[in-house]
Write a protein that binds this ligand. Structure first.
Ligand SMILES: [Zn+2]
Length: 443
């Protein structure tokens, strides 16, 4: 009997929360505490290491020797203080100083996680990289992260019930300790099955606030599930996808997925308001007002784009008619820098993000993504007879094949070519694998 292979699937459930005024001030305190903890721990380590690194460099120069900093520490019999030592110092000394008592009131794991973020930075520092940098306390987005495997006074538990969220310490502090949320569904599809949040292990959660005063929670969940076997595919249940000039995505069956509606309108609004901001006196009352307005427009545009991309890619990946997706392996950087050539619309559409989403969502659904060579002339080849034209001006929406006379829609034709190319590549890959298998059997 063969054992089932379990694979880790990671998901993030992110949703908006609506804390009360009191809860909000507590959350803000936690975000600030997290940054202050990070900075103080960094300061503590810097105070210790700075004079020592100086001595180490002087020693190397004077003696004409080459040695690593950690080797020098060993020689002079000095401990190699790390983020873990800083965490101890923070809990045993820093918190006990006068005026720092409030750190005992907040979610302890948040500050601990933030200090341990320094660990990686200091590992690099010991290898010769520069000192990690201090963070600004008032900067947005504010956030604090709690990892569940770190033991805390309250166990850092997280409860969601009837769209209400309970965070650690809340029950202790607030009479109405549940936070209102805007969570619609807490499940995820892997292969053909749905899994709820509770089916997985909550690894960590992050509470964050945007500059426009909105609060979010992101929960990182890991599922250990049987491997999803890729679904078989053929010509009929594969789909070729091309990035259109005017449309976001064009499918080989003729479907055109348009860009997010009203985006242009918002962008125009942003341009007008950016001009307004530049005319106001820096730091003045009116300037501050305008900054807020602009931040809100920025946020609206980003949200629209993101919502739209997620919806479009979800619909594609979980459409039962498609088991494989063929896409061009485009170099988006190259496209973005070529003036006049798709540049702006590519940046707008966040095409790279869309392609990334199709890839991982298709993977979750047990479907295949085939990326075809980006130098393959998908727009210039006639899908009926294979004739390749020399030039294809960007503005040309339709063209007539000089060889077979077919009238072609530029983008749909490209999508069909991408699909055929993808199927061809999949076939040759399969043939090579079969050959390998046969050779192995013979041997
Ligand atoms: Zn033709």
């Amino acid at each position: 009997m063969s054992e089932k292979v379990l694979v880790e699937h990671k998901r993030v459930f992110k949703f908006r929360i609506y804390p009360t005024k009191e809860q909000e001030s507590f959350l803000t305190q936690n975000c600030d505490a997290s940054t202050i903890a990070y900075n103080s721990a960094l300061g503590y380590l810097k105070d210790y290491h700075e004079p020592l690194t100086k001595q180490w460099k002087e020693h190397c120069e004077k003696e004409g020797v080459e040695m690593k900093y950690h080797e020098y520490l060993k020689m002079v019999d000095k401990p190699k203080l790390t983020a873990y030592d800083a965490k101890k110092w923070f809990n045993n000394d820093f918190k006990k100083k006068e005026g720092n008592e409030w750190f005992n009131e907040i979610i302890t794991a948040g500050t601990a996680n933030s200090i341990l973020d320094l660990d990686k930075a200091f590992k690099n520092f010991f290898r010769g990289a520069g000192y990690p940098k201090f963070k600004q306390v008032r900067r947005f987005p504010k956030a604090f992260r709690v990892e569940r495997n770190i033991k805390t006074d309250t166990g850092a538990k997280l409860h969601i019930k009837d769209r209400r969220l309970e965070l650690p310490k809340f029950k202790k502090i607030f009479k109405n300790y549940l936070i209102k949320t805007k969570v619609s569904k807490l499940d995820t599809r892997v292969g053909d099955k749905y899994y709820s949040l509770e089916d997985g292990v909550t690894k960590s959660f992050t509470v964050s606030a945007t500059s426009t005063g909105k609060w979010f929670v992101a929960i990182n969940v890991t599922y250990l599930l049987p491997e999803v076997k890729p679904k078989t595919f053929n010509k009929d249940n594969s789909i070729g996808i091309d990035a259109g000039l005017e449309d976001l995505l064009v499918l080989d069956n003729g479907t055109k997925i348009k860009n997010a509606k009203h985006l242009k309108k918002q962008e125009k609004r942003l341009r007008i308001n950016s001009k307004r901001l530049s005319r106001k006196k820096l730091g003045s009352k009116n300037w501050k007002k305008q900054v807020k307005i602009n931040a809100r427009i920025h946020e609206k545009i980003a949200n629209r784009r993101s919502d739209f991309a997620h919806k479009a890619t979800h619909e594609l990946a979980y459409n039962d008619s498609y088991n494989a997706f063929m896409m061009e392996d485009l170099d988006l950087k190259e496209m973005g820098t070529k003036k006049g050539y798709r540049g702006k619309s590519v940046a707008d559409a966040g095409l790279g993000e869309i392609r990334r989403q199709i890839e991982y969502k298709a993977g979750w659904a047990g479907k295949t993504v085939i990326k075809v060579d980006r130098y393959f002339p998908s727009s210039k080849t006639c899908n009926c007879c294979g004739y390749v034209v020399d030039k294809m001006p960007v503005k040309k929406r339709h063209w007539i094949c000089p060889k077979c006379g077919t009238r072609l829609d530029r983008d749909i034709n490209a999508a069909i070519n991408v699909k055929n190319k993808g199927l061809e590549e999949a076939k040759s890959k399969q043939a090579t694998e079969n050959k390998k298998k046969k050779a192995l059997k013979k041997a």
